[in-house]
Design a protein around this ligand. Structure first.
Ligand code: ATR
Length: 279
C-alpha cells in the first residue's frame, strides 16, 4: 500500500498541492498518493474529515484555508513555528498522535533567498496586512536576519497589536505596526510583501509610491493570477522587481514533504511548471 497524504481545505478544488507533491514523489521514487479533501463548511466537518483520513491510514495532511487554526487546535504537539504562527499548515500522524508544523514562513524565506536572490539579512521589510498570512511569516522573516519589519494594515490597531505581541520573539529585528498613512513618513523598503486578501477582491492596499525604491522587490503572496493589483501598483511606482507567491507555495510544500519523509525534494520542476508570466 502506498503512503497516503492529502491537502484539506474549503474550497479545495483549485489546490495545486496534489500536482506539486506528485512531482516530488515521482522524482524521488517515493511510493505515496496525495489527494485533495474538502473539509466541509465548518470546524466540525473538518474534524470529521480528519478523523476519517486517519482511520483510513493517512500519514499526513497539508491544511489550507480556513482550517489552519483548527489544525493547530487538534494537535497533541506543535513545532515552534506552528505555535508562534498560531496556525498549522502541516499535520503528521504517527503512533496515534497528531503533530503540527507550519512551513509557510520558511517556504517564503526560502523562495526569497534561494529562488529570487533576495537576501534578508540587514534588510528592511514592509508587510501589508495583519491577518493570518502575516502572522505566519513574520517571525521566520525576522529570524532570517531582517533588520526592521513594518506591518501596515487598514486597521492600524491590529498591526500595532501584532507587532507588540511578536516583538519579544523577533530577536534583533525591530518590529513596528501602524496604518497606511504613516508610510508616507518612511523611506523606501528593500522588500514589500502583500499578505492581505485584497487581491481576491481585485483591490490593492493603499501603499504610497514612496515605499518602493529602484531596487525594491515587490512580492504578492497571491499566485497564478499574473499581475495583481498590488504588483501593478508597484510597477506604476517604478518598481521593476516583481514576484508572485508561486515560489512560496512550492517551497512550503517541499518543507512539508521533508518534514514527513526526511528528504527535501528539488523544487525546480514544480516552479517551472506552475509559474505564470507577470504581465
Ligand atoms: P488571512 O488569514 O488570509 O490573512 P484575514 O485574517 O481575514 O485573512 O486578514 C485579511 C487581511 O487582509 C487583513 O489584514 C485585512 O485588513 P483589515 O484588518 O484592515 O481588514 C486585509 N485586507 C483585506 N482586504 C483589503 C483591502 N482591500 N485593502 C487592504 N487590506 C485588506
Amino acid at each position: 500500500m502506498p503512503d497516503r497524504y492529502a491537502v484539506i481545505g474549503h474550497p479545495i478544488g483549485h489546490s495545486q498541492s496534489p500536482l506539486i507533491h506528485g512531482l516530488f514523489a515521482r522524482a524521488l521514487g517515493h511510493d505515496m498518493v496525495y489527494e485533495a479533501i474538502d473539509g466541509g463548511p465548518d470546524e466540525a466537518s473538518f474534524r470529521q474529515a480528519l478523523a476519517r483520513f486517519r482511520a483510513a491510514g493517512g500519514r499526513g495532511l497539508n491544511v489550507t484555508l480556513p482550517f489552519k487554526q483548527a489544525a493547530l487546535a487538534v494537535a497533541d504537539e506543535a513545532s515552534d513555528e506552528a505555535r508562534r504562527a498560531g496556525a498549522a499548515n502541516t499535520l503528521g500522524f504517527e503512533g496515534g498522535r497528531v503533530a503540527a508544523h507550519n512551513t509557510d514562513g520558511i517556504g517564503l524565506v526560502r523562495d526569497l533567498e534561494a529562488n529570487l536572490d533576495q537576501p534578508l539579512a540587514g534588510r528592511s521589510i514592509l508587510l501589508l496586512g495583519a491577518g493570518g498570512a502575516t502572522r505566519g511569516v513574520l517571525l521566520p522573516l525576522a529570524r532570517a536576519g531582517a533588520a526592521r519589519i513594518v506591518i501596515a494594515n487598514r486597521g492600524a490597531d491590529k498591526a500595532q497589536a501584532l507587532a507588540a505581541e511578536l516583538a519579544p520573539h523577533a530577536g534583533r529585528c525591530a518590529l513596528a505596526g501602524g496604518g497606511y498613512a504613516a508610510l508616507a513618513r518612511e523611506a523606501a523598503f528593500d522588500l514589500v510583501i502583500n499578505a492581505t486578501s485584497a487581491s481576491l477582491a481585485g483591490a490593492a492596499p493603499a501603499v504610497p509610491a514612496s515605499s518602493f525604491g529602484a531596487g525594491t522587490l515587490a512580492y504578492d503572496m497571491m499566485y497564478g493570477r499574473g499581475l495583481t493589483p498590488f504588483l501593478r501598483l508597484a510597477q506604476q511606482a517604478g518598481c521593476t522587481r516583481l514576484a508572485d507567491g508561486v515560489g512560496m507555495l512550492v517551497e512550503q510544500a517541499a518543507e512539508s514533504f521533508a518534514w514527513w519523509r526526511g528528504v527535501r525534494p528539488d523544487t525546480r520542476a514544480a516552479l517551472d511548471w506552475l509559474a505564470v508570466p507577470l504581465t
